[in-house]
Every structure is written in C-alpha cells, then in structure tokens.
Design a protein around this ligand. Structure first.
Ligand code: ZN
Length: 444
C-alpha cells in the first residue's frame, strides 16, 4: 500500500512538470543575410578572430516561406503558416477556406491545454504576425476586426491570452465602443506607460507601448532603444517557472528592410539579438523550455559588399588588395532612422553639416547637389529614399527590392526538443512541431 502511494505521488509530480514551455521568437523580415550582416557589423576589427553571434550559436536549419498563392510571401500568410501549420494566401490571417476544420493556432492550443499564453511585439498588436496567433479569417488590413477576435473567449469562458505587450491601442478603441468597460468585464488591466513595466505584477493585462505604431529602435530615447529585450525580460519574469507559450516578434527589422535603411536594420538586429540572448539564458535555467527563433521571410533583398574602386586615390593600396569590401564604418555612427534624418534635412540650414552630424558621412559634391534638389521637391518619401541611396553607396550595401523576396530563412532552436527542428523544412512544419512539443499527438 505504501509502495503504491509512493508510486502515485511520483506520477503526480511528473505530470505537474511534464509540460514543455515554448518561447517562439520571430524576426520579421530577418533573412539569412541579416544575420550574417549583423555578425560582420558586430565583429571587433582589432582581433583576427570572427566573433560569433547568438544566432550563430543557435542555428539548426532552414525553412521555406512561400505562401499558397505566391512564391513570395507576405507577413500574414507566413505568420499563419508559423502559427497554425497551414498555408494561406498573401494578405490573409488564418485559414480562409471555411471547409477546413483545423483553425486552431499554437497559442490557442496552448491556452486550452493549461499553458499561460503571451505575446510581445514592436508592431501594433493586431499587425499581421501577432494577429495570426490570436485571430482567424480576416484580411490583415482589418485590424479592428482582428482586435475583436482578441477578446473572444475560449470554450471555458476565459481570455485566450494572459498578457500582451505592443502598440496599436487605436484598433481596440475602434473595435469596442467602450473598450475600458469591456476590458474591465474580462478583468483585464490596461497599461499605457510606454516601456515602463515596473507597476505590472499580475495578469491578465495589455501593456500598450504606443497608441499606433511604436518607434524604430534608432529613433527611441536611449533607455528604450532595446525595447524588445525589455519586453522579453519582463515577460519571462512574469512567466518564470510556469508552463507557458510566449511569442515575441521583433517586428521592425522588416520595416527597416522595406526602407532599405541599413543602420535602422542593424539597430533592430541588435535589440533582437539581446532578446534572444535573454531567452537563451532563461532556457539554461529552465531546461523544460524550448526556444525557437526564425523569420517569416526576408525583406529588401539585402546584400553586402562591392568591388573596390581601384582608381580612387583616397583608398590605400592595402585596402585595394582586398578587391571587395563592405564599409561597415560608414554606418556605425548613424544615430537616427533615414526618416528622421530626412525630416531634419528638410528644416536644415546647412545640408552638409546636418548630414555629417546625423550620419558621420561627409557628402560628396554631387550628393550634396542631389539632396538639395530632392529637398526642393518637398516629397519626404523621395528624400528619405535619397538618404538611403547615399548611405548604401558609402557602405557598399545592396538591396534588390523595397518588398520581400523568396529566399529560405534560418531556423534557430535551443533547449528541450530543439532537435525536432533540425535540417530543412517547410514553414508549416515549424507550427506542426510546436503543436507536438505542446503535447498534441501528431495525426498519422
Ligand atoms: Zn513579415
């Protein structure tokens, strides 16, 4: 009898700790050249050795990104694949085919199976990537409709999430005639303290970091520059030792890529790298946790390096002997996004001085003339494009598009069950394997 009791106690203890928590981190637009560019950007030039990044230490495979109706996916279709295991058409959140019975996302599955669930993003909370984890059957542009889904309840009458951190309160205000009252009804606390989370002790809550879109890392004040890392830190402290599914998106890597703004891109990569490092450290302390990191697609067709101009007298013979170069020094002093630089140039009394102050780059005469004539056009988008053209030329950074492209993206994994993600796979397999890790039996 005693022996039997001991056995059942052991089983109970095992059951209580049996779940695997999942930290799923998505670098929006973070194609393979983003992680290699970041490695070279960060490397200490004074040493012979090439320094490895956290991404290098976690690399495990590659995955495809194509959507149901295009080789080149958008964020909505890609996030649907990553969140549900199903491909959909570009623009759509969730499975649009009404005959498909499987519409659950990994987050929803986790909630129904006793996990705490949370998301932290640097877009609006209802933007394509987070939307695919908490809503279904919408076009990505219908952010207010998506917000309504967020407050829909599970079969047991609970919210599907324990907490959310990100921008875009405006869509919740659009969705609900009295959002505060609705939140109160669900015992949901709303915070609007930017990235100051010190008062947050309990959940459920939504912490709005911006009314609309949060700012770029480069345009944030110094204390909020690593805001994905700040959110990761807070989220993991709230979930510490619990069973949870946490999705974190570094949303703006993609936005900097769309702009073809390399300094902006590297600042977002720095923030994301710090966040992944925090998550990795959490897994070291909590071995029953899986960390999975990937991108939804690559943006901009980023490439680095070009031939060295051998006729340029200002370049030393030593450098010329290298044949090809990426001048990372040209972007290391840039302290604002190209959008902010363009705004400053628009009101500047001395274009040369303003450009030098913001970027560290001395304009060549023809660049000065081009900027001057562009400012005269009074079209801010044309101006920020021209700012990027100059910076990209000085650094030998190349871009093929202002949109997305079709290259495969990397898979990074660490901790419990990470070997499941090894090798080459489709993006839908990532969701399928996360379902498995969360306890769903795979269908034969
Ligand atoms: Zn995307």
């Amino acid at each position: 009898m005693k022996k039997l009791l001991l056995l059942s106690l052991t089983t109970a203890t095992l059951l209580a700790t049996d779940k695997t928590s999942v930290i799923f981190m998505i670098g929006d637009g973070m194609g393979p050249t983003y992680t290699s560019t970041y490695r070279y950007y960060k490397d200490d030039n004074s040493t012979q050795k090439m320094d490895a990044t956290v991404f290098d230490s976690l690399f495990i495979g590659m995955n495809t990104t194509y959507s149901d109706n295009s080789l080149i996916t958008d964020s909505a279709a890609a996030a649907t694949a990553l969140a549900t295991g199903y491909k959909t058409n570009n623009g759509f959140i969730g499975i649009m085919d009404q005959n498909t019975t499987q519409k659950q996302t990994v987050l929803e599955y986790a909630k129904e199976n006793g996990y705490l669930t949370a998301m932290a993003v640097t877009s609006t909370l209802t933007h394509a990537t987070p939307a695919a984890f908490l809503s279904n059957g919408h076009h990505r542009d219908d952010e207010a409709e998506i917000a309504k889904d967020y407050l829909s309840l599970t079969k047991s009458g609970k919210l599907k999430f324990d907490f959310l951190m990100g921008g875009g309160e405006k869509y919740f205000l659009e969705a609900f005639s009295d959002f505060n009252a609705r939140a109160k009804k669900e015992s949901l606390t709303l915070y609007r303290n930017d990235y100051d989370f010190t008062n947050i002790k309990n959940y459920p809550f939504i912490a709005f970091t911006a009314y609309d879109y949060p700012a770029f890392a480069l345009d944030e004040n110094k204390e909020n520059r690593f805001r994905v890392a700040k959110m990761t830190n807070k989220a993991l402290s709230l979930l510490d030792n619990k069973d949870f599914f946490l999705m974190i998106e570094s949303s703006q890597i993609d936005w900097c890529g769309h702009l073809n703004d390399i300094a902006c891109t590297m600042a977002e990569m720095e923030d994301f790298s710090r966040s992944v490092t925090l998550a990795k450290a959490y897994v070291d302390k909590h071995p029953n946790t899986l960390l999975i990191v990937t991108a939804d697609h690559s943006t901009g067709g980023l490439a680095i390096g070009d031939k060295i101009d051998k006729k340029d007298d200002t370049i030393s013979d030593e450098i010329k002997s290298r044949s090809y170069i990426w001048y990372k020094e040209s972007i290391q002093h840039i302290d604002s996004s190209s959008i902010s630089i363009a705004k400053d140039l628009n009101t500047s009394k001395d274009i040369n001085v303003t450009f030098k102050k913001q970027t560290g780059i001395t304009l060549k005469n023809h660049e000065y003339k081009k900027l001057k004539s562009t400012i005269a056009l009074n079209k801010i988008k044309v101006l920020w494009h021209e700012v990027n053209v100059i910076i990209n030329r000085h650094s030998n950074t190349g871009w093929t598009t202002h949109g997305h492209n079709a290259v495969d993206v990397e898979t990074f994994a660490y901790g419990k069950d990470s070997e499941k993600f090894k090798g080459f796979m489709d993006n839908t397999d990532i969701a399928k394997k996360i379902f498995e890790v969360l306890g769903r039996k795979s269908k034969k």
